[in-house]
Design a protein around this ligand. Sequence first.
Ligand code: MF3
Ligand code: CO
Length: 249
Amino acid sequence: MIKIKASHEIEAMRGAGKITAATFERLAEAIVPGVTTAELDAIAAKFIKQNNATCSFWHYNGYPAHICTSVNGQVVHGIPSKQVVLHEGDIVSIDIGVCYKGYHGDSAKTFAVGKISPEAERLIRVTQECFYEGLRQAYAGNRVQDIGAAVQGHAEKNGYSVVRSLVGHGVGSCLHEDPEVPNFGTAGRGARLLSGMTLAIEPMVNQGTYHVNTLADQWTVVTADGKLSAHYEHSVLIRDGEAEILTTC
Ligand code: MF3
Ligand code: CO
């Protein structure tokens, strides 16, 4: 069942989204060579708490940290650790969920650590473009797979692949709600989008194969071929015309 949000729910989601976006701004300055992903986790946790909100991922299905930090060939759900030091040339995907007044904001971005290769730069840029291609299709009257078809088309046109086994989702009072929002598909298929639906659109784009594996920690998803992966996600509100991005300042 896809929920249509009332205006007071959308207001709470704008609040959650603002805090999510502000957390990214706080983290961006801390993502430098030598920092550990555990330090980034602590900074985010403290900042979110100071903003009278809670971390949506903390203990979600047993997840053991506040944010996800996925380095290089890790796709998503990398667990912050004191053992993981970021080095010049790495890329790190940060995924943040914030709960405020009972509603979630969910957003992810891939960051460069110091100076990175032109290939890695291009992957990050195209992944962000994939999100915006999807966003252009995210309006009342269109269908869910119109989003995925646009994301997939842009990724594959650029020589990349989209992860199939993980998808975007509805978001609201629960972090994961209906519908699933795949990053692939056939235009014109899937549930119809209606004003008041709130979705997390989140392309995960791989340099090589779309196949992924999960590490023994039961969380970290990695590319099967070890090549790089990037992630870009916002929570958005469907309306007439282009969706409103909720996870923004
Ligand atoms: N943004 C992530 C997703 O939509 C949420 C991470 S779930 C957690 O899948 F369990 F890792 F917290
Ligand atoms: Co999500």
